[in-house]
Design a protein around this ligand. Structure first.
Ligand code: GYE
Length: 306
């Protein structure tokens, strides 16, 4: 199928590769940095990017992908809002001979030939590392009660980050997960669900584990409004480690952030080019990432480029 694709391009004398990119939304700092990275990397790689944004709607994302198929783009990349619900549209892409690359979120489909490669992080490992940091660094009290602020329901990062975290925490009786709440990775949703958690549990909450920085920043506001000091009265940890999280850490309000790198543009363009050259892609292209406790924030802040 790939060779046919390359031939078709050569025959039509189309000199630029066309990539359709169906971004999931504009929900977070991470996402904005990701979008910028994809747009810049396409320019750099001289790949024609057809970009559209689903604004956190799966139906809209499916519509966009269908439009890409109609336009006969060479490759489709997208960041699937949820893990499920993609069989039909991915089948359509496959029948049209258009390879699909998953960007930063995986899908859960019965037939793995419906997609070509995944580029992004190991979400379960991020959750695991967040919990590892807790059990190694937050352990002087006899009992810790945890609140979890989850990302979008059924999204790959929310599922993975919960799974990895639970896996570790479950082994220590010192930690108790009081409750998990769904947000949608936005600051607003983080604030809202933290308010709900505070209404339910008040100052019995010792630790807040947020699936991304923006929700953690919303939680910080809610905790301050409640009259407590985030980072001191309550331990806050989050995932992404974007610049705003570093600023919150430097201000002593966020205790740790596990890095999730949004700068996937260059890797994506390389994958697209390799595909069009008829090369085989690895199924998973996983990004290596760090972990930053509060104490490193001032030093690292100026190194952050997302
Ligand atoms: O962590 C979050 C964003 O899919 C990895 O989505 C991405 C996640 C990221 O909204 O901030």
């Amino acid at each position: 199928a790939l060779n046919g694709q390359t031939e078709k391009r050569a025959n039509s004398k189309k000199n630029k590769i066309v990539l359709g990119f169906a971004q999931v939304g504009t929900e977070s700092s991470w996402r904005l940095a990701n979008t910028k990275s994809v747009i810049e990397a396409a320019k750099e790689a001289d790949i024609e990017l057809v970009y559209d944004n689903a604004e956190q709607s799966q139906e809209k994302q499916i519509e966009i992908i269908r439009r890409f198929i109609k336009q006969k783009v060479d490759v489709i990349a997208f960041s699937p809002k949820t893990e499920t619900g993609w069989e039909t549209v991915l089948q359509e892409a496959k029948e049209a001979g258009i390879p699909v690359i998953l960007s930063d979120r995986e899908v859960n489909v019965s037939d793995d030939t419906l997609w070509t490669a995944y580029i992004g992080s190991d979400m379960t490992d991020e959750g695991r590392r967040a919990a590892d940091w807790l059990v190694k660094n937050v352990r002087e009290k006899e009992q810790y009660r945890i609140i979890e602020l989850q990302g979008t329901e059924k999204s790959a990062p929310a599922l993975g980050r919960k799974k990895g975290f639970d896996e570790v925490i479950r082994q220590y009786s010192q930690y108790e997960l009081l409750s998990s709440y769904y947000g949608d990775y936005t600051l607003q949703s983080g604030r809202l669900i933290m308010e709900r958690a505070l209404q339910q549990y008040g100052d019995r909450i010792d630790i807040v584990y947020s699936h991304n920085d923006d929700m953690a920043l919303g939680a910080i506001q809610a905790i301050e409004d409640y009259g407590l000091a985030p980072g001191k009265d309550m331990i806050l940890i989050s995932i992404d480690a974007t610049r705003p999280a570093f600023q919150a850490m430097a201000a002593g309000k966020l205790n740790m952030a596990v890095e999730c790198n949004p700068l996937l543009g260059p890797q994506l363009m390389k994958a697209v080019r390799d595909l069009m050259d008829g090369k085989d892609l690895p199924m998973k292209i996983i990004t290596a990432e760090g972990l930053f406790p509060m104490e490193t924030a001032k030093r690292e802040l100026h190194n952050r480029d997302f």
